[in-house]
Write a protein of this length. Structure first.
Length: 248
């Protein structure tokens, strides 16, 4: 599985991987890359089915998405890296912490879905919609969940990123999210973990993220106020210092 990725920062610095949200590609990390690259070798990648990565026919599973990251580390001959992921990327980070702990130095999981298998319909219905009507049919609703109404910055690049996401890749990753249950292995996580959620996240409500902090040994929790789902984009001035403090 070939994942598209972009490297920034010193080649001999500690490695940080950046895993994106469902529907997004590695360009969503623009507010973080330059800041992190002063200290780290930053590798921002596209999940399978997203951006410029390959788009195999779905459905996908979290094992596929997590395995892709392990394969990327192998390809780049990186024994261990820290990982920052948001939304779907955060779920992949929790999978890595459970299934490939020796490859993970530190983890930041931002607004991660962790247990959707009990109520998968929201995700499977969305997968069916996108296969039938394309990502254009869910773009406005997605932006409404990603940002609060008072966020005034230009969202056209984010809109275009969603429109450019391959329909099959988006739908198949929805199916991966629909089957998630990452709760049983949380107590076995050994990497230092920073969990971040927001008070107004409609996509992954904070009440589904906050309990994870008590299940993961030593995890630290931050709740960002007056923020929605794509908090790395809307509140980078708050998020970036948290990332540096945890990864440093």
């Amino acid at each position: 599985m070939r994942l598209n990725y972009v490297e920034t920062g010193p080649a001999d610095a500690p490695v940080v991987l950046l895993g994106s949200s469902l529907g997004a590609n590695q360009t969503m990390w623009a507010p973080q890359v330059d800041v992190l690259a002063k200290r780290f070798r930053v590798i921002a990648f596209d999940h399978r089915g997203h951006g410029e990565s390959e788009v195999p026919e779905g459905p996908y599973a979290i094992d596929d998405l997590g395995g892709d990251v392990v394969e990327l580390l192998d390809t780049l001959e990186i024994e261990q890296a820290s990982y920052v992921g948001i939304s779907l990327g955060g779920s992949v980070g929790l999978w890595l912490a459970q299934h490939a702990p020796e490859r993970l130095h530190r983890l930041v999981a931002i607004c991660p879905p962790s247990n959707t298998a009990a109520n998968p319909e929201m995700w499977t219905d969305r997968a069916a919609q996108v296969r039938a009507e394309g990502t254009r049919s869910i773009t406005d609703a997605t932006l409404g969940r990603w940002f609060l109404p008072d966020f005034k910055e230009d969202l056209e690049p984010v809109r275009q990123m969603l429109l450019d996401c391959p329909d099959e890749g988006y739908a198949a990753c929805c199916e991966a999210v629909s089957a998630l249950n990452l709760l049983p292995g949380l107590a076995d996580i050994t990497a230092p973990v920073l969990l971040i959620t927001t008070d107004s996240d409609q996509s992954v409500p904070p009440e589904t993220v906050v309990p994870l902090a008590s299940e993961i040994p030593g995890a630290h929790l931050e709740i960002i106020e007056n923020a929605a789902h794509l908090v790395t984009y809307s509140h980078s001035d708050t998020i970036n210092p948290l990332l540096l403090a945890h990864l440093g």
